[in-house]
Design a protein around this ligand. Structure first.
Ligand SMILES: [Ca+2]
Ligand SMILES: [Ca+2]
Ligand SMILES: [Ca+2]
Ligand SMILES: [Ca+2]
Length: 399
């Protein structure tokens, strides 16, 4: 009979079979009420009515709908497990089961099967895994079961849990003592695995009281900051510090640096005594040591090894070039005393440096007289010097 549901059903007028003419939706109307009229063929026709209650059976035709507050989640690393990271809030969640179906690297996450509450199973380590793409599967228990999926991006926020790490346990380097100011001695490198400022390293020096070295705070280049002097200090030991820029408390690492200053031949040999006087008597024996000349050189190795000799070859005296021993070689009766002999001492550096000296040999009973202590005096007088302003001193000796 005509009604609200007219058109949804039709009836076979011979057999009385009622069939649907369209698809029914339980979620629109669960119970349908039909009025059916039956009439015979007599005259007058007799009729009757009846009511059919048609219940639309449930079919699991809706997948669960998932609503999440946000798809991007941020979690700080090193947080204790049990702290909720987020809840997957669901709708139409009758008998819904939740499951992390994908992206759960190393099983860092767990989801409450019924409530959908997502949590971490242990502390996250950003330096190990910094991002997760979790796929959450929500299923109902219908027949057949239906499910929906949602994708969550989890970004692990950095905690400053790493100190800068130098590439070596300690550093050693050598630098020439005549290196120009600013010479690169070493380039330090420290790595900090953290992110952003937590991983940004700055370098500085500690216990470097001499001020001979500086370090570039950004790139770690260690340079000389003034002229070095091996003879004053042959080795410098100090520390370098790499500190991160963590805002919530920085972390640092210290490393020992040893810098060896290598020698340069920058010192002339020095006589222990100059001029050097020897006093002979007519009985002085030949071929025996009469005196020892000494000279030293503060440089290292060959640069500081000295060889002593006469400036000009001469026959009356000999000199051992290594020990400085002077010997009378022949009878000196015919000589005029005192005798002045130019000496030289040469180091073994390259190039070698030379210092001259004077040996004065006296004979017992020689005339006492006043003489200049040196044969040759060197003086430097600046140009444009006013008269009487510049002086050169010559010393006299009395014998
Ligand atoms: Ca750090
Ligand atoms: Ca970290
Ligand atoms: Ca020297
Ligand atoms: Ca030197």
């Amino acid at each position: 009979m005509p009604g609200a549901l007219f058109g949804l059903f039709e009836i076979n007028s011979d057999t009385g079979e009622v069939v649907t003419t369209t698809t029914l939706d339980r979620e629109v109307q669960e119970v349908l009420t039909l009025q059916v009229l039956v009439r015979d063929g007599g005259a007058p026709a007799l009729s009757g009515t009846t009511t059919i209650l048609c219940t639309v059976g449930d079919e699991n035709d809706h997948a669960p709908e998932i609503i999440v507050p946000r798809h991007d989640i941020e979690v700080l690393e090193n947080q204790e497990p049990g702290l909720d990271t987020n809840s997957v809030d669901t709708h139409f969640m009758e008998c819904i089961q939740h499951l992390v179906s994908n992206g759960n690297t190393d099983e860092y996450f767990a989801i409450n099967e019924t409530s959908g509450e997502l949590s971490i199973t242990r502390a996250l380590d950003r330096e190990q895994v910094s991002n997760f793409t979790l796929v959450i599967l929500c299923s109902d228990l219908g027949d057949p079961p239906r499910s929906s999926m949602v994708q969550l991006q989890v970004r692990v926020l950095d905690d400053n849990d790493h100190s800068p790490s130098f590439s070596r346990l300690h550093y050693q380097a050598s630098v020439r003592e005549d290196a120009q100011v600013g010479t690169v001695v070493l380039v330090l490198s420290a790595v900090d695995k953290d992110e952003g400022l937590n991983g940004k390293t700055e370098y500085s020096l500690a216990d470097e009281a001499s001020g001979a070295f500086t370090i570039d705070p950004v790139v770690g280049t260690l340079r000389t900051s003034h002229i070095l002097d091996r003879e004053a200090r042959a080795e410098h030991t100090f520390k370098a510090v790499a500190r991160d820029c963590g805002v919530q408390g920085s972390r640092s690492t210290t490393v020992i640096i040893k810098v060896h200053v290598t020698d340069v031949n920058d010192n002339d040999p020095v006589w222990e005594q100059n001029p050097f006087d020897i006093f002979l008597s007519p009985q002085s024996p030949t071929n025996q040591m009469t005196a020892i000349l000494r000279a030293s050189d503060p440089d290292l190795g060959p640069n500081g090894t000295v060889i002593i000799s006469f400036a000009e070859p001469q026959s009356v005296f000999s000199i051992n070039e290594y020990t400085g021993e002077i010997q009378l070689q022949q009878n000196s009766a015919s000589e005029y005393f005192p005798i002045w002999l130019q000496l030289k001492v040469v180091d073994q550096g390259f190039p070698a440096r030379t210092t001259t000296g004077l040996l004065v040999i006296h004979m017992e009973g020689e005339d006492v007289r006043i003489s200049f202590s040196q044969h040759l005096y060197n003086g430097i007088v600046p140009e444009n010097c006013e008269a009487g302003e510049c002086q050169v001193f010559c010393t006299l000796s009395q014998f």
